[in-house]
Design a binder for this molecule. Sequence first.
Ligand code: AP5
Length: 224
Amino acid sequence: MATYVVLLGPPGAGKGSQAKRIVKETAIPHVSTGDLLRAMKDQDTPLARRVQAIMAEGGLVDDDTTMAILRERLMEPDSCDRGAILDGVPRTLAQAETLDKMLAEEFSAAVGGVFLFSISEDEAVRRISGRRVNPDTGRVYHVEFDPPKVEGIDDETGTSLIQREDDKPAVVRERYQLYLEKTAPLIDFYRAAGKLHEIDANRPIDEITPDLVDAIKALQRTSG
Ligand code: AP5
């Protein structure tokens, strides 16, 4: 059966960094609603312009739009057979309920486990101010904690790294507050369902990865 896992946590907690590292070993695709929504920047439609404006201010895109985009992505063949590492979704209780329904009705599956990455607001700002990303592949670096071999250049593609538009400190603080208000209630939701696993996200990146891989592989074994 397919294994769907959720990476839950505030901006800068390391969800995207870990997801990109574990894809190969778990053989499950990384599905980030942030990446999917950012990819809309090339579309010149009213919806795409609205999404871009919301993201630039650090707000949340509405639940229906987000879940429709997620559903479309999960329908792609590489996701359906083995599951997905869901990064940044669900982010509201309504999204969590829609996800449960969607997985049950359309994929004959359920969320297998939820991994909670917690860091403080100041740590989020510190990490994100040093973040550099490849805008095409989404690969993430940090100027101090996870630097590329050549400053400003992606190790894999040799192209330039950028800073995300929503990575300004004031916007990060806004996103962090929104996380506390709208997303943190999911911690109790998934704890009550017996699905929550807490990850110590304050350790170095490379220390976290093997723990996460082991935990996901254990879920894959139990889900057959
Ligand atoms: P999204 O792209 O999902 O952003 P986010 O959840 O705010 O998370 P980030 O990508 O900022 O952080 P991360 O935890 O992935 O950290 P990373 O690994 O990069 O969403 C962006 C926007 O899209 C939202 O604001 C919203 O508008 C919209 N959106 C997305 N999903 C939505 C949804 N479901 N509903 C509604 N709207 C939605 O790490 C950060 C930095 O720290 C990196 O530089 C990294 O190298 C470094 N780092 C990582 N781990 C460590 C470590 N352990 N130690 C030291 N440094 C570390």
